[in-house]
Design a protein around this ligand. Structure first.
Ligand SMILES: [Zn+2]
Length: 492
């Protein structure tokens, strides 16, 4: 940290600590202490933070909470019976751990179902089905007609290549086969660089007259597990059936096409979209004592794809959020600010819960001092990412340095999460929990996202880290400086 930034941090933290009212942000006279110790103003919090982490490891409930969710509602895609059970579970669990003001907040969610039929067969020269390839329909896809779609496969690695070869694409089934970029250090960045093929591939394929879209699964693992995920159709295109192939299946098809073979396949999907369904975000609080009007949000999303258990995505985030609140209560802390736990609905295929929270709380967003989301899995903590302005960033960095005990002492610039994303429009600093991500996409949106892929200790460390961060943020004498609001913040 350079000296100027150091001075800014100390102005917020040291000045703030001498202030008895946290509801106003006044800038006290700045004196720049020596750099002998890291953020000494935060040292009073260190023992609490370390005790929270220890409690998480020794007497923690993280894995029990996650097990309970995965047993109660292993399949909980929005609008499903499992999602309704997950909402009931969230409400019941919040009451059981001692949260106050527990309530359900309505969210109208899309209703897509996978259906019974999903198959992709390679056809022989006579058009008879041969090898079966592993695939999953993408969420939001239309079905194929009865009997499926049979056509030759065309392989591309980008929309640009597809457009350049548009004449060849007519009547074909297009396979988008660009892998996640292995040169990216951050696996989420690698995902972000490839996922347009999944979300928009069907629309691009439709524009060039193709008949269906296949996409290589969004993972660096080489296995036979396809990974589903959301897709959408541009309004000006005919919707094409769309599905994800396992990486091995994609490689096999692509190798045959690259060798000059004309490979035809038959794709059959019976997925469907039904009318929207009323569901809920689940909300509970630890009421503040002193500046209870100020709110610190922590959350994850309750819905999950209909394969696996949604254990990492995002059962882990739900368990982290609930357990962090439980740890704070178990240690006897009564934070100055209100800590609000939100289990969001419909992150995966619509983000309607995020929108409903933003619109439903718009009148109190100026009192949201920070929002934290855990939606990156239950692996060993590394730290946090934030969109916070430079002054708040440096303050957060000093706070995160207290989280050594949970291996979570890194802070970098980044997003908070889909569910809290809209709060950026109100200037709320957003923070995303960041565990190790090397194996996250091996499990993400596929049948491998099971309870047994989450390690109890790693999950508990995450809860301890989040509890520690919340504890400090909820007790600082002054809130962090807010972010500037974008000019074009959406209205309610
Ligand atoms: Zn997620």
């Amino acid at each position: 940290m350079n000296l100027a930034r150091r001075a800014a941090v100390l102005a917020i933290l040291a000045g703030a600590l001498s202030c008895t009212s946290a509801s106003t942000v006044s800038t006290p006279p700045v004196s720049v202490p020596q750099l002998a110790a890291p953020a000494p103003e935060l040292e009073p919090y260190r023992a609490d933070v370390e005790a929270l982490v220890r409690e998480a490891l020794v007497n923690g409930q993280s894995y029990a909470l996650l097990s309970d969710l995965c047993r109660t509602a292993p399949k909980r895609l929005s609008a499903s019976a499992g999602a309704a059970r997950a909402v009931e579970w969230g409400e019941r669990t919040m009451r059981a751990i001692g949260l106050s003001n527990v309530r359900l907040e309505p969210v109208l969610v899309p209703h897509w179902e996978r259906g019974e039929t999903e198959s992709l067969r390679v056809l022989d020269a006579a058009g008879l089905p041969q090898e079966r390839l592993s695939l999953l329909a993408l969420g939001g896809s239309v079905a194929t007609p009865p009997g499926g779609v049979s056509a030759e496969v065309m392989v591309v690695t980008s929309f640009e290549e597809l457009r350049a070869r548009a004449a060849q694409a007519r009547g074909k089934i297009v396979l988008f086969n660009r892998p996640m970029d292995p040169a990216q250090h951050d696996c989420f960045a690698a995902y972000g660089g490839a996922v347009d093929q999944r979300s928009r591939g069907a629309s691009e394929a439709s524009r060039v007259g193709a008949r269906a879209a296949l996409v290589r699964s969004m993972t660096m693992a080489l296995d036979d597990h396809p990974h589903t995920g959301a897709m959408r159709y541009d309004i000006d295109v005919e919707p094409l059936p769309a599905a994800a192939l396992s990486t091995l299946a994609a490689d096999r098809l692509a190798a045959r096409v690259a060798a000059g073979e004309r490979v035809s396949v038959n794709l059959q999907l019976s997925c469907r979209t039904l009318p929207d369904v009323l569901s809920h975000n689940v909300v509970g609080e630890i009421p503040g004592t002193g500046v209870e009007r100020e709110i610190v949000v922590v959350g994850g999303h309750l819905d999950a794809w209909d394969v696996g258990h949604g254990a990492h995505d995002d059962g882990a985030g739900c368990a982290h959020s609930l357990e962090a609140a439980r740890l704070i209560l178990a240690r006897g802390h009564r934070p100055r600010r209100t800590i609000r736990v939100v289990l969001f609905m419909n992150e995966e295929n619509g983000a309607r819960g995020a929108e409903a929270y933003y619109k439903g709380h718009i009148d109190e967003l100026e009192r949201h001092v920070l929002a934290l989301e855990s939606d990156a899995g239950g692996f060993t903590p590394r730290g946090f990412a934030t969109n916070a302005n430079p002054r708040a960033f440096e303050s957060l960095r000093a706070i995160v340095e207290l989280l050594d005990a949970a291996s979570a002492n890194a802070l970098r610039v980044g997003g908070g999460g889909v569910d809290i994303g809209p709060l950026a429009n109100a200037g709320v600093p957003l923070v995303g929990f960041r565990p190790d991500d090397e194996r996250y996409f091996d499990h993400h949106h596929c049948e491998r996202d099971t309870l047994d892929s989450v390690h109890p200790r790693e999950l508990a460390l995450g809860s301890g880290a989040i509890a520690g961060l919340l504890h400090v943020i909820a007790n600082l004498p002054q809130p962090l400086p807010r972010n500037p609001q974008p000019d074009s913040a959406p209205s309610r």
